[in-house]
Design a protein around this ligand. Structure first.
Ligand code: GRF
Length: 197
């Protein structure tokens, strides 16, 4: 199946998909970011995929950026879009075209601790257990049907980086497993509709 990955940062989750793609019927046909100069772009290039950057600042407003992002993704005719550390909320134009076949990974046990600082917020709250969630993207922020979750115990000495790194280990595995399962059981390439289990 044709997968487009959206990433904004170091791209270690993208790397996990790139590493396992061949073995589970996934073709990462494009990597798209909202910013230049992030490691995710280099990881794409190292895998032979020229990344595409669609910056908000290159467009008159957020809605125009959202359309431009959807157009960029459309050009690759994806079966599935994976948001893997993409730090922008996908808008209505994007979701009109790719809703229902876009998934996101979040470093907390949603609905707890949504938003851009899920790890920091969980630590600040003092939870003993947090974790990772893979979910279908809907028009909310980190809402949408849960596809997979796994708990990660918080260590008393944890800092945001140490806890986030342990969560990312879980996210990488869970994301590959979820995409592989969707490809195996649900994502069909007929037309542009993708049925999820
Ligand atoms: C992941 O924890 C993801 O859930 C969050 O940002 C992190 C991205 O990590 N949105 P990386 O850029 O893939 O290393």
């Amino acid at each position: 199946a044709r997968v487009v990955v959206l990433a904004s940062g170091s791209g270690s989750l993208l790397q996990a998909l790139l590493d396992e793609a061949a073995g589970c019927g996934i073709a990462v046909v494009a990597v798209i970011s909202d910013r230049d100069g992030v490691a995710a772009l280099d990881r794409a290039r190292a895998a032979g995929t020229e990344p595409v950057v669609v910056k908000v600042s290159d467009h008159p407003d957020r809605a125009a950026w959202d359309v431009a992002l959807a157009d960029a993704v459309d050009g690759f005719a994806p079966d599935l879009v994976v948001s893997a550390g993409f730090m922008k909320v996908l808008g209505s134009a994007f979701l009109a075209r790719f809703g229902g076949r876009t998934i996101n990974t979040h470093p907390a046990l949603l609905p707890a601790f949504p938003g851009a600082h899920g790890v920091r917020d969980a630590l600040a709250y003092g939870v003993k257990v947090t974790g990772a969630t893979v979910h279908l993207v809907d028009d909310g922020v980190d809402t949408g049907p849960v596809l997979a979750q796994e708990a990660v115990v918080v260590d008393p000495d944890d800092t945001e980086p140490t806890l986030h790194e342990r969560i990312k280990v879980v996210e990488r595995r869970m994301l590959v497993e979820t995409v592989a399962a969707l490809v195996r059981h649900g994502a069909t390439t007929t037309g542009r509709t993708v049925r999820f289990p």
